[in-house]
Design a protein around this ligand. Structure first.
Ligand code: NAP
Length: 261
């Protein structure tokens, strides 16, 4: 049994959809007060309303992680609403495919600005509030793509996701004296709106390459984030956790076990 997180103030970026929405709902369900953040404020509000409808406490805030001033306003809104910030889930991210042969500087910058610089801006904005407790938690959504695997068309994305881990390790060192831990979840292929946009063929081939024979759910990732947020995880920092149904394990598809008969 884990110590209750009830009353903890949580910010989740990229929470209007997908993994972030799953995280926001999960933290809301265990009694945390949640600020649901995305660029589309109306969609964020519908997730906040869903959490309130289930008996939780949540507000929505429209902000773009690529804009440091908007991240500042987001942190101020959380402090105004909750009196502080205990947990930041830096989750917002994009994954538009672009083969190297045709990738433009603008393609590269857009992915880096959102996934890597956006993580930096969200963390920086929340630091003053996180430092006021001895139990601050930062949970970064990275990916298996980049830190562990490669995938054609996603060199910029892989670089951004690997970059998040480099950022995390030094941030974990700098923030340890304040009792703040910084860890990362590395999802494999998770059924989200963003993944659905990749098309049915992509989803089919990914499912076929996962030993546990299904795509991950947003709850699979939210549960891992929740664990990093607990008191019981207080001595874990600078670490990453792969949540992928075993997808990175086989050396080739021939290494997958045959269908059980
Ligand atoms: P998604 O379904 O496309 O949702 C992305 C969320 O991020 C939305 O709420 C979106 O809302 C928000 N967002 C995008 N750009 C933003 C910005 N500049 N500022 C603020 N919010 C922004 O994506 P997902 O599949 O849940 O992915 C979430 C995270 O998990 C990403 O970091 C992604 O790299 C990572 N991940 C996903 C998978 C997967 O299989 N799904 C696998 C590995 C890693 P707005 O558009 O309204 O801003």
């Amino acid at each position: 049994m884990f110590t209750s997180l009830s009353g903890r103030a949580v910010i989740v970026t990229g929470a209007s959809k997908g993994i972030g929405r799953g995280m926001a709902r999960r933290f809301g369900a265990v009694g945390c007060r949640v600020l649901v953040v995305s660029r589309n404020a109306a969609q964020a509000e519908s997730v906040a309303a869903e959490i309130r409808g289930a008996g939780g406490q949540a507000y929505a805030f429209g902000a773009d992680v690529t804009q440091p001033n908007e991240m500042q306003s987001m942190a101020e809104a959380a402090v105004a609403a909750f009196g502080g910030i205990d947990i930041l889930c830096a989750n917002a991210g994009i994954f538009p495919a672009a083969p190297l042969a045709t990738m433009t500087e603008a393609d590269f910058d857009r992915v880096m600005d959102t996934n890597l610089k956006g993580t930096f801006f969200a963390v920086s904005a929340c630091l003053p509030a996180l430092k006021t407790h001895r139990h601050g938690r930062i949970i970064i959504t990275s990916s298996i793509t980049g830190p562990v695997t490669g995938y054609s068309g996603w060199s910029h994305y892989g670089a951004s996701k690997a970059g998040q881990l480099g950022f995390m390790r030094t941030a974990a060192l700098e923030l340890a004296p304040f009792g703040i831990t910084v860890n990362a979840v590395l999802p494999g292929n998770i059924a989200t709106e963003g993944l659905a946009d990749m098309g049915a063929d992509y989803t089919r081939s990914m499912t076929a390459s996962i030993p546990l024979q299904r795509l991950g759910s947003v709850d699979d990732i939210a549960n891992a984030a929740l664990f990093f947020a607990t008191e019981e995880a207080a001595f874990i920092t600078g670490q990453s956790l792969v949540i992928d149904g075993g997808q990175i394990l086989p050396e080739s598809l021939a290494g997958l076990a045959p269908e059980s008969s």
